[in-house]
Ligand binder design. Structure first.
Ligand SMILES: Cc1cc2nc3c(=O)[nH]c(=O)nc-3n(C[C@H](O)[C@H](O)[C@H](O)COP(=O)(O)OP(=O)(O)OC[C@H]3O[C@@H](n4cnc5c(N)ncnc54)[C@H](O)[C@@H]3O)c2cc1C
Length: 283
């Protein structure tokens, strides 16, 4: 088997016969091809090829001699491509899922969510626009949005970061502090992330504080439940690499029986969790 470690099949010189050429590769003994991107566009093209052909792998990056010609935001775009693939930008907070216009049956290309920040409805938050763009650029770009042409920008977007404890070192799975069992932490400061996760953590920490006062043992939900899995994650993860975690099916122990269909697998995991929860004393 051959492994072509550097091939630019994204180049427009292959436009006329790329499909024909690539579909012949496996029969010609070529097992893998690495298509390296040299700038933002060719990185996107390399990823698109990798998505289409099983035997193509993509690398994203910028050729050293092109570094001088980089535009504002190119590096962030390359990083986003490397992390999440070519569709990262299209599938962000602007994806109009479930927003088909009932009058026309059309789904818009993108949507923005404006969240009311005061009771008068004069202060609105542009949801999901954490960004590192300079404030002047934010004003220029966001003012291009038709409804925001005349908006006054009260506060600009900044990237958020979570402040969290070194929980695997200092917390138990019941959210109490190892050295001070009467002290509990709750919410995202424990290293969970998200609305549901923080609220659930608060409920469990509250139950446990009450149990402790009454001299009872504390509650750690079964590891097969999402909250139980998060309780274990924050207390068992490797301290050196510990990072906040939201609910994720990957945290749950696998099912005894292998289910290939993702939807069915998730339903079975949820079912197992509910069954175990019903057997747990959560008071
Ligand atoms: C921009 C953004 C978008 C998000 N979107 C989502 C989403 O779509 N879905 C989702 O599930 N999660 C989302 N999250 C994450 C989610 O908001 C948090 O994980 C969750 O709100 C954390 O809840 P919490 O109660 O633990 O902490 P927080 O909501 O941060 O509450 C902590 C509170 O403590 C107060 N406080 C801090 N220090 C002190 C002090 N010394 N004295 C008194 N009070 C203090 C703070 O002012 C704050 O009110 C988002 C987060 C951000 C930043």
């Amino acid at each position: 088997m051959y492994f072509d470690t550097h091939a630019h099949y994204d180049d427009n010189r292959f436009d006329s016969d790329r499909d024909e050429l690539l579909s012949a590769m496996p029969d010609s003994g070529v097992g893998c091809i690495l298509v390296p991107g040299c700038d933002v566009k060719s990185s996107e093209n390399a990823l698109a090829l990798a998505e289409r052909w099983d035997f193509i792998y993509a690398a994203v990056g910028i050729h050293p001699e092109d570094m001088g010609g980089m535009q504002e935001g190119d590096l962030e775009r390359i990083e986003a491509l490397a992390k999440r693939g070519a569709d990262a930008i299209r599938y962000g907070p602007m994806k109009p899922v479930g927003l088909t216009d009932p009058a026309t049956g059309r789904r818009p290309g993108a949507n923005l969510q404006l969240r009311k920040e005061n009771s008068a409805g004069t202060l609105l938050n542009l949801v999901g626009f954490q960004t590192n763009l300079k404030f002047g650029e934010q004003k220029r770009v966001f003012s291009m949005i038709p409804a925001l042409e005349n908006a006054e920008f009260v506060r600009y977007g900044v990237m958020h970061r979570n402040t969290f404890l070194d929980s695997p070192r200092v917390l138990r799975a019941d959210f109490s502090v190892k050295d001070r069992p009467e002290l509990f932490f709750a919410g995202q400061i424990t290293g969970t992330e998200g609305y549901m996760e923080s609220a659930a953590g608060g409920i469990i920490a509250g139950i446990n504080a009450a149990r402790r006062l009454r001299g009872r043992g504390t509650l750690v939900l079964p590891r097969e439940t999402m909250i139980g899995a998060l309780q274990r994650y924050i207390s068992d993860a490797t301290p050196k690499t510990f990072q906040p975690m939201g609910a994720a099916f990957g945290l749950l122990p696998p099912l005894d029986e292998k289910i290939r269909d993702k939807r069915e697998r998730y339903a079975a995991l949820a079912e197992r969790s509910l069954e175990l929860l019903a057997l747990t004393d959560t008071q």
